[in-house]
Each structure stands twice: as C-alpha cells, then as structure tokens.
Design a protein. Sequence first.
Length: 447
Amino acid sequence: MSSSKVIIRFLNIAVILLCAPIFWMAFNEGGKWIGLTKVPVEVVGTGSMYPSLFWDQSEGGPENFTLAPIAEFRTTPLMYRRFAGITFLGQTYFRRPLAYGDLVTFASATTRNILAQEGKNPQSGFIKRIIGVPGDTIELRDGYVLKNGTPLPEPYINTPRSTYGGSTLPDCRPLQVGPGQYFVLGDNRKVSSDSRFELGLVSDQDISFILPYSEQSSYQSLWRDPSRDQELVGTPTLNTNEFYRYLTNLRPTPKLSQSSARRAQALLTNPKTTYSMEQAILEVGYSNVILGEFITYGHYSAEELYQNLLSQSNTAQQLKNSDYDDIGLAIKTGEVNGCPTQIIVGHLGGYLPATYEASVVESWQKSKDSLISVLASWEKGVEYNQLDQSKLTELLVLLRRRLALAEEVLSVMSRREWLSDTQKAKISADQQDAERINQLANELNQE
C-alpha cells in the first residue's frame, strides 16, 4: 500500500473520530427535541404529586429540601418532550400517545390564572397524572374514582379513598372526556388543584412533557398497596379522639356528642330540617349559657378537619373562644339523592359569667330593704284583732315571698351567675304580687 493511501485512510479515520461526538450530540439533542430521549423537568414541591414527587415543608409537606437530600428524580423527573409530530399523507409520526397513569406537564391560560391567584410563578405550569382519556367516563363517588363505571385501584395516591368532587366535577356526576382532552388528577388528592376544580379538562395541545406509566418504576417503592381500599366503602374517615387532641382548650362531653349525632342524622335525612341545635341539646339533658355549632360535609382526617375549620373565620373564632368549655363531635354517613355523603357536626358549650348594671343591683337592694321594713311593720298587726286577719295573713305571705325573691336575685347577681328560667318566671309574677300587696294594704289601712 502506497504512502498516499495510508495518509488518506488515516485522514478518513481522523475525520470520523472527530465528527462522531458531534453526530452523537446532534442525535442526542435531536432525540430530546422529538421526544425519544428523557430530559429533566423541574417541578415545584407543592405536594400535589406526593408521594412520588417531593412535598416541601414550606408548602405544608413532610420534607425539607434544605435539610435532607431529596432524590433528584423526585424534584426534576426525567420526562419525554411532547413532540408535535410530523404529518405526512394524513398521518402524524413521532407524536407520543397519552394513556391512563401517564405523568404530564402542561401550561395554559387557565394554569397561569390559577398560579397567579395563588401567588406563584404563572409560567411554571402544572404536573398531574392522566386518569381519563378521550371517550372515558369519570365519576367521583365516596372518595373513589370510577373509570367507565369501575373503581380504579390507585397505588400512587397519598391516602386511600381521598378523591372528592369539586366545583367543576362534583361527587356522583359522571363526566365523559371529549376528543383531544384529558381528565387529570394529582396524587395527593386533598391538596391538588386539578380537573375537579377550576382547571377542568386539559387540552392535548397544552401538554409539553410526558412520563408513561410503564416507565415509573423508580417511584413504585413510594406507592401504597391498594388491595384493601374497597374495605373503606361507606365508613367514616375521621377519628374523633384524634381530632379532640387538637383542641386542648375544650373537653369532650358525651351529652354534646349525643346532641351533635342527633342533629347530624336530621341534617343528613333532610338538609332543610327544622330540628334545631337547641332542641337536640335540650333532649340529651345538656345545659349551659353559651351554645355553638359547626357543620361541614366531606371526608377528612383529624388534621385536615382541624385545618379546614380554622380556615373558616367564624368557626375559627368559635374554636378559639375561651368562653367555650365543652365539645361534642359526630360523623354520620349516608346517601343524599343517591350520592354517598358524610356530614360532621360539632356542638360547643360554655359558661360566661353574668354581668349586671350597678343600677339594676341597686334597685333590687332598695327593694329588699324596703320589704324588710314594711314586713316588720305589718307583722305587728297580728296583735290587732280589729284587722281582717285573713287579709293580713295573705299580705304577709306575699311580702315574705317578694323578700325571698329579692334575696335570691341579689345572691345570684353577687356570684355573677345567670338568672334561671324559673327565676325569670318568678320575677315576671312578682309584679302581680306587688299589685295585690298594694290592694291588701289599702283595704287594711281603711279598717
């Protein structure tokens, strides 16, 4: 072989060696662009996809990115870019299909509006899981997802039986997914803003990245065993004793638990019931000066219910009101218009020391002093036979009764107690006694 040929062959090999990395980089970047190679996609730790993706403490989750190492695939999952595809002779190529269970990221005018309302970066987009594809019928019932009438086994969700309806898709209302649209949910259903709410269905054209369900093996060690989820059908989801532990300023009281159970059953049977809180409390034999009630529908853990009640200003004021001492909670489950429903009713009771104006107390004191003096004067009349003794006896009985009432009222006021219904009735009748005393006194004075 001539030296010139050797040189040419050497140059060819050199060119190939030099160009190979360039060709490989071009192929690799091209593969990323058309969705053949995974790329890292940064997501925020808001918790909607927990436990697969991380949930930061700053967003109410159990993990702290700054203190503990979080696996990279949980903060920046590797996903395929959703290439628009190449259309040739009516057929689109290199357009990856979407299916149930796939993780997808997407952005739209709706996501930007939601994120802006939440004070987050409007451009960050969402990441959710596809639950329904075009043609599927989705229904949410008793905390479960029914796809085409069959409950879904969902190992990836944070807690079982935790999918309840929202503003766009309420419970027990089937929804058929239309062409080019997808029904998506977060895995952490209690904190996820998804197709149940303002987001609604997601358009195919808004989806930018995808991780097929079949390629999510790295997350499966974080998932649950859903095989016994159906055993929870129709059962309460709230542990009342655990809930009470959040309310250190209140003591659980059996009678209020009984009254709240009666009220809950009445409301579950008829939301417009005339059976009131006061009636329920009276029937169980509980009495106190201050009474309160809170009502909520839905399924909660103890912590979720506590946080939910605190987010409502009126209920938060009740729970934090130091005037309340007692609490009773009841959970009732049943069906309303064919839809499984849970209602939670809480009854509160407490004692607030009574306060009376000084002028009122002074008036009763003057009445007492006057009655003592008048009574002593008429008691001397027993010695005078010329007086009608039957009238005098009636007069003395009435005077002593009025005096006893004045002493009783003053004693209650000094202890800052509230007048009972019986005492109020006595005060109302006292005016008739006063009128009869004046009549008898006038008649006796004329004798």
